[in-house]
Structure formats: structure tokens, C-alpha cells
Design a protein around this ligand. Structure first.
Ligand code: DQA
Length: 146
């Protein structure tokens, strides 16, 4: 089973970007921890980051039929990108929305997510740990009741 993790714009800056909001883990830390957890769970985890909407769209399109699920932190595009939302719908793979911060405790423009109603699950406010929780939840969901 393969799971794709996509990180949107500015998440390459984790570690130095507003650590009081996003924590001190770097993106490399998060991806390494997901690979490790994936190995424990018997899941292949591929992680990618881009600051470019079109690149993210192409990766989501290519994921169709290849990956079992998508863990997606669209960053600022969460609140604005109809095109990324359309790509997720077109890819027909279960999407789990992840945010490091609790977007509802922040500015009102962050309260709207274009992915909320098309995601199987959403995790926010747990910092880097949220990605691990999403991987555990997505894997459990894919495997079905034990
Ligand atoms: C974020 C929240 C977004 O509002 C913001 O634009 C980000 C990161 C998060 O992980 O908390 O870039 O998605």
C-alpha cells in the first residue's frame, strides 16, 4: 500500500517559519518520521513539497490509481485553491487534510477550507504529530475493521 504526502507552499520553511505557530520540526524531520511510521505499519510513504500550485496539481493527477490515499497540507492554498480541490476530486483517492496549527484559532480567512467537505478526515492543531495521526488514521481506514 502506498500513501502520498503532499506539503504545499512555505512548508519547506518549517523549523524556522513562525515556530511559535508551526513548531520547531523541519519538513525533513516530519518526512523521516512518516517514513519510519510507514515502515512499522507496512505502508510505503512518499512525501513531496512544492510552493507551486501547478506542480501540486500535476502530482495529484499522477497519483490517481497509484496511491491508496493522499495526506495533504495545502498550506495557504487551503483557503483559496479551487484548482487543487478539483484535482483532488479528479484523482478519486481518499484525501486527509492536515494542518500543523489549529486554523480556527487564527485569522478568520483561515477558517474556510476548500478541502473540508471533500476530505475523509481532517487533523489540525497537533503540530508535526498531526501527520503521524493522519497516517495512522488513513491506514486504519484503508484496512477496514480488524
Ligand atoms: C497551515 C495553515 C494555513 O493557514 C497556512 O497558510 C499554512 C500552514 C498549517 O499547517 O497550519 O501555510 O496549513
Amino acid at each position: 500500500m502506498r500513501i502520498l504526502v503532499l506539503h504545499g507552499p512555505n512548508l519547506n520553511m518549517l523549523g524556522t517559519r513562525q515556530p511559535e505557530v508551526y513548531g520547531s520540526s523541519t519538513l525533513a524531520d516530519i518526512d523521516a518520521s512518516l517514513r519510519e511510521l510507514g515502515a512499522e505499519l507496512g505502508v510505503d510513504v512518499d512525501s513531496r513539497q512544492s510552493n507551486h500550485e501547478g506542480v501540486l496539481i500535476e502530482w495529484i493527477q499522477e497519483a490517481r490509481g497509484v496511491y491508496a490515499a493522499l495526506l495533504f497540507n495545502p498550506g495557504g492554498y487551503t483557503h483559496s485553491s479551487v484548482a487543487l480541490r478539483d484535482a483532488v476530486l479528479a484523482a478519486e483517492l481518499p484525501c486527509y487534510e492536515v494542518h500543523l496549527s489549529n486554523v480556527y484559532a487564527r485569522e478568520s480567512f483561515r477558517h474556510r477550507s476548500l478541502f473540508a467537505d471533500i476530505s475523509q478526515g481532517r487533523i489540525m492543531g497537533f503540530g508535526a504529530e498531526g501527520y503521524r495521526l493522519a497516517l495512522l488514521g488513513a491506514t486504519a481506514r484503508l484496512r477496514g475493521p480488524s
